[in-house]
Each structure stands twice: as C-alpha cells, then as structure tokens.
Design a protein around this ligand. Structure first.
Ligand SMILES: [Zn+2]
Length: 349
C-alpha cells in the first residue's frame, strides 16, 4: 500500500469509527514542534554525543507540514496547537524561537518561547513575551536525548523566568529530566517547589512527567495531586492504565491532550517492555533508540492511540463524556485564555 492507499483503507475508516466520536469540533494539541533545517547548528542525531540517537525524527518540520498533519489526522475538525521549536543545544535558539513567533501569526497556533535558567536577561524575556505574542515557555533541554546526567529542575529554570511566569500567569511546559522521571524524588521535590513558590504559573509536565508506564505513574501521581497549578500533557502517552491512574488522582481539568508532532504522526504505538517504553512502528522510519519496525502489523497514526488511551482511561475512571471531551480542547484553551489575564489571547483577535 502506498501512503494514500494506507490513509484511505486503514487510517480513515478507523478515524471515522473510533476517533471522531470522541472528539469535540475543535481539537487543541498542547505540545507540537515546528522547525526548519536551517535552524540547526548540527543535526542532533548525527552528532556523536551520548543520547544523540534517542529520538530520530525529521530534518525539517515546517508550519505548513504541521498544519497539514493536523488536517490529515483530524480531517473534519479544526486543529489548533501550542507550538515551539527544537529545544536542545542542536538548534540555534534565536532562529527556532523566531520561527515559532511567526507561526503564531496563524489563527490556531499558540507559540511558546524556548528558554532556560538565565539564558537571557529578565527584561529581554519580558519584552519578548509581552510584545511578540508568546504564551509562555518551553523549558530548554540542555542535553541530548536521554543523556540527563544529574540535572535538577532548579538547573533548568530559575527565579528570573519563574517570577515573570508567576506575574503574567504564563505556561511553563517542562520536560522533566533524569532516568527516574516524575517518579524520581529529586524531580518531585523540584516540581513541588516550583508549583508552590510560583502559584500564578501554569506548570505543564510534558508527556505526563514522562511516566509512560503504569508503574512509573503509580510512583509519580501522588507528588502532584495537591498542586492545582500543575497540569499533565498526554503527548506520546498511549497506555490507558497510566491515564486511569491520572484521572483517579487529579481532576481531569488538569489533563491536556497533546501529540508531540512530528513524533506521533508516525504509524504505530508506544508500548512497554520490562521497564522501558518501546515504539512499535511500520517500516520506513529512520532507526532510533527504542524503535522497532515491522510491516507484520496493522497500524495507524500514534495520535489515534493517544486519543483512545484517554477515552479508555476516562471510562475506567468514571469520567463523564463531557469531562473526556474537554481534555481535547477546553482544558487547554482555558489555560491559554488565562495567560496575562486574557491579554495575550485578545491581542490576536
Ligand atoms: Zn516534544
């Protein structure tokens, strides 16, 4: 089957039968990337750094391609996204951030500014946020792939950035470091300190704190239960038990649908084997760590597996249909509407 045949024969019938009935008319993806190859200082997976081949993806993923993926994958819905560039030392941050700013000229794209602890002076950061239309930060990852070392959250983002986030009610999208993920006591301490010291900031933990496995989530979720300004994005989380644990422990309004485009535009599913996730994909994607390819399976877009995991988990946890639907748009939109008490949203109108 070629691409179009696969789409018509496999993806679309599955979308119509299983996915569309779960979705609201408008879908907000709270975690999507966009970049051009000219933003690279070096192609991350072509370097010799440890962790470089952790997540091999496209050399270029422009705004047009992001919007086209949204259109293909949600053919009869409006696709909107919180988007940002490539947040590692491989990218020229000024270029990738400026590209995200331009992406924000599109009606349904809400840009985040990639920054980290003391990377730029506070005054400049404030000017960027206020004048260039960013809704907050995607916190910079100062390492390659899974080479986390002993990074702590306080090393990634500091008082300068957080004071501003607290004051302006910004989104702070944080990919937690270390192999223990949100289950690591050091990470839990860091998240709790951030949330309690800066109650005005909306702290969104990418990939549900990277707790892709039920055992990881079981050891994680208690640490954020009482923190109303901590939210979880579902990008690349496809295990219903993980999300069931989430819904049983925190209010579903703190859960935000997300993809991690371009990653979740692959056809396949993230599963787990022993104590680590594995991406099972169809043949044709570049080799990458924890990626296993086979044409011996049927598969559709990973995005649909995320949607189904949310639906199955919501049902098991006893959420209403309306609560499940809100995960796909309303929960995230109300966060965006709260940024700068609505001024950032209004300046787009
Ligand atoms: Zn990401």
């Amino acid at each position: 089957m070629n691409e179009q045949e696969h789409y018509n024969n496999v993806d679309l019938p599955f979308y119509n039968a299983e996915i569309a009935p779960v979705l609201p008319p408008q879908v907000l993806d709270f975690h999507a990337h966009t970049w051009l190859s000219e933003h690279w200082k070096e192609t991350p997976w072509k370097t010799e750094s440890a962790g470089a081949k952790y997540m091999v993806t496209l050399e270029q993923y422009g705004v047009e391609k992001l919007l086209a993926n949204g259109k293909t994958i949600f053919p009869d819905r409006h696709y909107n996204a919180v988007c940002f560039g490539y947040p590692t030392p491989a990218a020229d941050l000024e270029k990738t951030n400026d590209y995200a700013r331009q992406a924000g000229a599109n009606n349904g794209l809400f840009p985040l500014f990639i920054t980290g602890r003391d990377m730029i002076p506070k005054e400049e950061l404030e000017r960027k946020i206020r004048e260039e239309g960013f809704f907050g930060y995607k916190v910079f990852l100062n390492w390659y792939g899974d080479d986390y070392g002993s990074v702590r959250i306080a090393d990634m983002i500091g008082p300068n950035e957080m004071d501003l986030a607290n004051e302006l009610k910004l989104i702070v999208l944080l990919h937690v470091p270390r192999s223990g993920r949100l289950a690591d006591p050091e990470i839990q301490k860091g998240v709790r300190e951030l949330a309690m010291t800066y109650p005005g900031a909306a702290i969104v933990l990418a990939h549900c704190g990277r707790a892709y496995l039920p055992d990881e989530m079981k050891r994680s979720i208690g640490s954020v239960r009482d923190l109303p300004n901590v939210y979880l994005d579902t990008s690349m989380v496809m295990d219903p038990t993980v999300l069931q644990l989430v819904f049983e422990n925190i209010d579903s309004s703190r859960v935000l649908f997300a993809t991690d485009f371009p990653v979740a535009s692959m056809r396949g599913r993230r599963v787990y084997v022993m104590d680590h996730w594995v991406d099972i994909v169809l043949e044709g994607y570049p080799p990458s760590a924890y990626r296993v390819a086979s044409d011996g399976i049927r598969a559709t877009f990973m995005v649909y597996e995320i949607v189904l995991a949310i639906k199955r988990a919501g049902e098991m946890a006893g959420l209403s249909k309306e609560q499940i639907t809100r995960v796909f748009n309303d929960n995230g939109m109300s966060l965006l509407n709260g940024v700068m008490d609505g001024r950032q949203m209004r300046r787009r109108a």
